[in-house]
Design a protein around this ligand. Structure first.
Ligand code: NAI
Length: 247
Protein backbone atom coordinates (compact mmCIF):
# COMPACT_ATOMS: atom_id res chain seq x y z
CA UNK A 1 0.00 0.00 0.00
CA UNK A 2 1.29 3.43 -0.90
CA UNK A 3 2.11 5.68 2.04
CA UNK A 4 1.71 8.80 -0.08
CA UNK A 5 -0.91 11.06 1.48
CA UNK A 6 -2.81 14.13 0.38
CA UNK A 7 -2.31 17.19 2.57
CA UNK A 8 -4.33 20.41 2.27
CA UNK A 9 -2.59 23.46 3.75
CA UNK A 10 -4.37 26.78 4.21
CA UNK A 11 -2.22 29.88 4.31
CA UNK A 12 0.21 27.78 2.27
CA UNK A 13 1.58 30.71 0.27
CA UNK A 14 3.70 32.17 3.06
CA UNK A 15 5.50 31.62 6.36
CA UNK A 16 4.53 28.52 8.36
CA UNK A 17 2.08 27.23 5.73
CA UNK A 18 4.62 27.53 2.92
CA UNK A 19 7.30 25.68 4.88
CA UNK A 20 4.77 23.00 5.81
CA UNK A 21 3.85 22.55 2.15
CA UNK A 22 7.54 22.19 1.25
CA UNK A 23 8.07 19.71 4.09
CA UNK A 24 5.12 17.45 3.24
CA UNK A 25 6.08 17.50 -0.45
CA UNK A 26 9.71 16.68 0.36
CA UNK A 27 8.51 13.70 2.39
CA UNK A 28 6.59 12.47 -0.66
CA UNK A 29 3.03 13.60 0.04
CA UNK A 30 0.78 15.33 -2.49
CA UNK A 31 0.09 18.87 -1.38
CA UNK A 32 -2.83 21.20 -2.00
CA UNK A 33 -1.90 24.79 -1.24
CA UNK A 34 -4.80 27.07 -0.37
CA UNK A 35 -4.43 30.79 0.03
CA UNK A 36 -5.99 33.98 -1.24
CA UNK A 37 -2.58 35.12 -2.44
CA UNK A 38 -2.57 33.34 -5.81
CA UNK A 39 0.78 34.58 -7.09
CA UNK A 40 2.69 33.51 -3.98
CA UNK A 41 0.77 30.23 -3.81
CA UNK A 42 1.58 29.36 -7.42
CA UNK A 43 5.24 30.15 -6.70
CA UNK A 44 5.23 27.54 -3.93
CA UNK A 45 3.73 25.00 -6.34
CA UNK A 46 6.52 25.75 -8.81
CA UNK A 47 9.16 25.40 -6.10
CA UNK A 48 7.76 22.00 -5.10
CA UNK A 49 7.51 20.79 -8.70
CA UNK A 50 11.06 21.97 -9.44
CA UNK A 51 12.21 19.67 -6.63
CA UNK A 52 10.26 16.73 -8.07
CA UNK A 53 7.28 16.97 -5.72
CA UNK A 54 3.56 17.11 -6.45
CA UNK A 55 1.44 20.13 -5.57
CA UNK A 56 -1.49 22.14 -6.76
CA UNK A 57 -2.90 25.53 -5.79
CA UNK A 58 -6.53 26.37 -5.03
CA UNK A 59 -7.35 30.04 -4.52
CA UNK A 60 -9.37 30.11 -1.30
CA UNK A 61 -10.70 32.64 1.16
CA UNK A 62 -10.99 30.56 4.33
CA UNK A 63 -13.49 32.99 5.82
CA UNK A 64 -16.11 31.71 3.34
CA UNK A 65 -17.48 28.24 4.04
CA UNK A 66 -18.39 27.51 0.42
CA UNK A 67 -14.79 28.22 -0.62
CA UNK A 68 -13.36 25.88 2.02
CA UNK A 69 -15.82 23.19 0.97
CA UNK A 70 -14.80 23.73 -2.67
CA UNK A 71 -11.14 23.46 -1.63
CA UNK A 72 -11.70 20.08 0.01
CA UNK A 73 -13.67 18.89 -3.04
CA UNK A 74 -10.87 20.10 -5.33
CA UNK A 75 -8.28 18.13 -3.32
CA UNK A 76 -10.34 14.95 -3.71
CA UNK A 77 -11.03 15.64 -7.40
CA UNK A 78 -7.31 16.17 -8.06
CA UNK A 79 -5.68 13.48 -5.94
CA UNK A 80 -8.55 11.17 -5.00
CA UNK A 81 -8.49 11.65 -1.24
CA UNK A 82 -7.66 13.94 1.69
CA UNK A 83 -5.56 12.66 4.59
CA UNK A 84 -4.35 15.84 6.28
CA UNK A 85 -6.10 19.18 6.67
CA UNK A 86 -3.87 21.92 8.08
CA UNK A 87 -6.05 24.88 9.08
CA UNK A 88 -3.33 27.47 9.33
CA UNK A 89 -4.29 30.69 7.50
CA UNK A 90 -4.35 33.61 9.90
CA UNK A 91 -4.02 37.35 10.25
CA UNK A 92 -2.96 39.66 13.07
CA UNK A 93 -5.38 41.28 15.49
CA UNK A 94 -7.28 44.54 15.51
CA UNK A 95 -5.40 46.49 18.16
CA UNK A 96 -6.19 47.35 21.80
CA UNK A 97 -9.64 46.40 23.04
CA UNK A 98 -11.08 49.91 23.28
CA UNK A 99 -9.55 51.01 20.00
CA UNK A 100 -10.93 48.23 17.84
CA UNK A 101 -11.37 48.89 14.18
CA UNK A 102 -14.60 46.90 14.03
CA UNK A 103 -14.14 45.89 10.42
CA UNK A 104 -10.72 44.48 11.22
CA UNK A 105 -12.16 42.83 14.36
CA UNK A 106 -14.79 41.01 12.28
CA UNK A 107 -12.16 40.02 9.71
CA UNK A 108 -9.85 38.61 12.38
CA UNK A 109 -12.67 36.45 13.79
CA UNK A 110 -13.73 35.44 10.26
CA UNK A 111 -10.28 34.29 9.14
CA UNK A 112 -8.67 32.95 12.32
CA UNK A 113 -11.74 31.42 13.97
CA UNK A 114 -14.39 30.74 11.34
CA UNK A 115 -11.71 29.72 8.85
CA UNK A 116 -10.52 26.97 11.20
CA UNK A 117 -14.09 25.89 12.00
CA UNK A 118 -14.91 25.64 8.30
CA UNK A 119 -11.81 23.55 7.69
CA UNK A 120 -12.73 21.14 10.50
CA UNK A 121 -16.30 20.83 9.23
CA UNK A 122 -15.54 20.50 5.51
CA UNK A 123 -12.56 18.15 5.88
CA UNK A 124 -14.21 16.18 8.68
CA UNK A 125 -17.32 15.54 6.58
CA UNK A 126 -15.25 14.49 3.58
CA UNK A 127 -12.98 12.17 5.59
CA UNK A 128 -16.03 10.61 7.25
CA UNK A 129 -17.84 10.14 3.93
CA UNK A 130 -14.77 8.61 2.28
CA UNK A 131 -13.99 6.53 5.38
CA UNK A 132 -10.52 8.08 5.66
CA UNK A 133 -8.90 8.07 9.10
CA UNK A 134 -7.20 11.37 8.58
CA UNK A 135 -5.86 14.13 10.79
CA UNK A 136 -6.93 17.75 11.08
CA UNK A 137 -4.28 20.11 12.46
CA UNK A 138 -5.10 23.65 13.57
CA UNK A 139 -2.70 26.52 14.13
CA UNK A 140 -3.36 28.29 17.40
CA UNK A 141 -0.67 30.29 19.27
CA UNK A 142 0.87 30.90 22.65
CA UNK A 143 -1.54 33.84 22.50
CA UNK A 144 -4.39 31.34 22.82
CA UNK A 145 -3.09 30.78 26.35
CA UNK A 146 -1.36 34.03 27.34
CA UNK A 147 -2.70 37.58 27.28
CA UNK A 148 -0.65 40.45 25.95
CA UNK A 149 -1.73 44.02 25.28
CA UNK A 150 -2.87 45.17 21.86
CA UNK A 151 -4.08 41.91 20.30
CA UNK A 152 -7.53 41.44 21.82
CA UNK A 153 -9.28 39.88 18.83
CA UNK A 154 -6.30 37.67 18.00
CA UNK A 155 -6.37 36.20 21.53
CA UNK A 156 -10.09 35.51 21.21
CA UNK A 157 -9.60 33.57 17.98
CA UNK A 158 -6.62 31.57 19.14
CA UNK A 159 -8.41 30.59 22.36
CA UNK A 160 -11.37 29.47 20.26
CA UNK A 161 -9.08 27.31 18.10
CA UNK A 162 -7.90 25.46 21.21
CA UNK A 163 -11.47 24.55 22.21
CA UNK A 164 -12.50 23.71 18.63
CA UNK A 165 -9.55 21.33 18.55
CA UNK A 166 -10.73 19.60 21.73
CA UNK A 167 -14.42 19.46 20.88
CA UNK A 168 -13.73 18.53 17.25
CA UNK A 169 -11.49 15.66 18.38
CA UNK A 170 -14.13 14.43 20.80
CA UNK A 171 -16.77 14.18 18.09
CA UNK A 172 -14.61 12.93 15.23
CA UNK A 173 -12.92 10.17 17.24
CA UNK A 174 -15.72 7.76 16.34
CA UNK A 175 -14.65 8.05 12.69
CA UNK A 176 -10.97 7.55 13.49
CA UNK A 177 -10.21 11.17 12.60
CA UNK A 178 -7.79 13.00 14.89
CA UNK A 179 -7.95 16.75 15.54
CA UNK A 180 -4.84 18.35 17.03
CA UNK A 181 -3.36 21.81 17.39
CA UNK A 182 0.03 23.44 17.20
CA UNK A 183 0.84 26.54 19.22
CA UNK A 184 3.87 28.44 17.92
CA UNK A 185 5.48 31.24 19.92
CA UNK A 186 7.44 33.83 17.94
CA UNK A 187 8.14 32.61 14.41
CA UNK A 188 10.16 34.49 11.82
CA UNK A 189 7.46 35.04 9.17
CA UNK A 190 5.93 38.09 7.47
CA UNK A 191 3.45 38.46 10.36
CA UNK A 192 6.36 39.19 12.72
CA UNK A 193 8.43 40.97 10.10
CA UNK A 194 5.43 43.30 9.69
CA UNK A 195 6.06 44.72 13.17
CA UNK A 196 7.63 48.01 12.28
CA UNK A 197 8.72 48.50 15.86
CA UNK A 198 12.04 46.67 16.21
CA UNK A 199 11.67 46.86 20.00
CA UNK A 200 8.60 44.65 19.75
CA UNK A 201 10.54 41.96 17.92
CA UNK A 202 13.33 42.16 20.50
CA UNK A 203 10.83 41.82 23.33
CA UNK A 204 9.31 38.72 21.67
CA UNK A 205 12.75 37.18 21.23
CA UNK A 206 13.51 37.85 24.87
CA UNK A 207 10.52 35.71 25.91
CA UNK A 208 11.94 32.66 24.13
CA UNK A 209 14.64 30.27 25.32
CA UNK A 210 17.83 31.22 23.48
CA UNK A 211 16.60 34.77 22.68
CA UNK A 212 15.68 34.02 19.06
CA UNK A 213 12.79 33.73 16.68
CA UNK A 214 11.68 30.20 15.77
CA UNK A 215 12.15 29.33 12.08
CA UNK A 216 8.99 28.41 10.15
CA UNK A 217 10.58 25.10 9.10
CA UNK A 218 10.67 24.09 12.77
CA UNK A 219 6.88 24.52 13.01
CA UNK A 220 6.50 22.64 9.72
CA UNK A 221 8.43 19.72 11.20
CA UNK A 222 6.14 19.74 14.26
CA UNK A 223 3.05 19.69 12.04
CA UNK A 224 4.52 16.83 10.03
CA UNK A 225 5.23 14.83 13.20
CA UNK A 226 1.66 15.41 14.43
CA UNK A 227 0.32 14.11 11.12
CA UNK A 228 2.06 10.74 11.38
CA UNK A 229 0.29 7.56 12.52
CA UNK A 230 2.98 7.30 15.20
CA UNK A 231 1.31 10.34 16.82
CA UNK A 232 -1.97 8.43 17.14
CA UNK A 233 -2.22 9.00 20.90
CA UNK A 234 -2.07 12.76 20.43
CA UNK A 235 -5.69 13.76 19.97
CA UNK A 236 -7.58 16.85 21.10
CA UNK A 237 -4.28 18.26 22.33
CA UNK A 238 -2.40 21.38 21.43
CA UNK A 239 1.35 20.90 21.17
CA UNK A 240 3.36 23.92 22.27
CA UNK A 241 6.01 24.54 19.60
CA UNK A 242 7.09 27.73 21.29
CA UNK A 243 10.61 27.14 22.62
CA UNK A 244 9.40 27.98 26.10
CA UNK A 245 7.70 31.29 25.24
CA UNK A 246 6.98 33.00 28.56
CA UNK A 247 4.36 35.63 29.33
P1 NAI B 1 2.03 34.63 7.13
O1 NAI B 1 1.45 35.99 7.03
O2 NAI B 1 3.41 34.39 6.63
O3 NAI B 1 1.07 33.57 6.42
C1 NAI B 1 -0.33 33.63 6.53
C2 NAI B 1 -0.92 33.22 5.20
O4 NAI B 1 -2.35 33.18 5.36
C3 NAI B 1 -0.62 34.21 4.07
O5 NAI B 1 -0.15 33.52 2.93
C4 NAI B 1 -1.98 34.85 3.79
O6 NAI B 1 -2.15 35.23 2.41
C5 NAI B 1 -2.92 33.73 4.19
N1 NAI B 1 -4.27 34.21 4.47
C6 NAI B 1 -4.63 35.25 5.24
N2 NAI B 1 -5.96 35.39 5.23
C7 NAI B 1 -6.46 34.41 4.44
C8 NAI B 1 -7.76 34.03 4.03
N3 NAI B 1 -8.85 34.71 4.42
N4 NAI B 1 -7.90 32.96 3.22
C9 NAI B 1 -6.81 32.27 2.78
N5 NAI B 1 -5.56 32.60 3.12
C10 NAI B 1 -5.38 33.65 3.95
O7 NAI B 1 1.95 34.27 8.67
P2 NAI B 1 2.44 33.00 9.52
O8 NAI B 1 3.25 33.52 10.63
O9 NAI B 1 2.97 31.94 8.67
O10 NAI B 1 1.04 32.56 10.16
C11 NAI B 1 0.46 31.29 9.97
C12 NAI B 1 -0.36 30.96 11.20
O11 NAI B 1 0.52 30.87 12.33
C13 NAI B 1 -1.42 32.01 11.55
O12 NAI B 1 -2.60 31.35 11.97
C14 NAI B 1 -0.78 32.75 12.71
O13 NAI B 1 -1.74 33.33 13.55
C15 NAI B 1 -0.04 31.62 13.39
N6 NAI B 1 1.01 31.99 14.32
C16 NAI B 1 2.10 32.70 13.88
C17 NAI B 1 3.08 33.06 14.78
C18 NAI B 1 4.29 33.83 14.38
O14 NAI B 1 5.04 34.24 15.26
N7 NAI B 1 4.54 34.06 13.08
C19 NAI B 1 2.99 32.68 16.21
C20 NAI B 1 1.83 31.90 16.53
C21 NAI B 1 0.88 31.59 15.61
Amino acid sequence: MSTQRVAVITGGASGIGKETALTFARKGDQVVIADFNEEAGQAVVQEIEAKGGQATFVKTDVSKFEEVEALVNAAVDTYGRIDVMFNNAGIGGAGPVLDQNMERYDQTIAVNQHGVAYGIIAAGRKMRDLNIQGVIINTTSVFGFLASPGTFAYHATKGAVIMMTKSGALELAEYGIRVVGVAPGAVDTPIIQGYKNAGMIDSMKAKVMGNKLTQPAQIADTVYLLSLPEASAINGSVVMADEGFAS
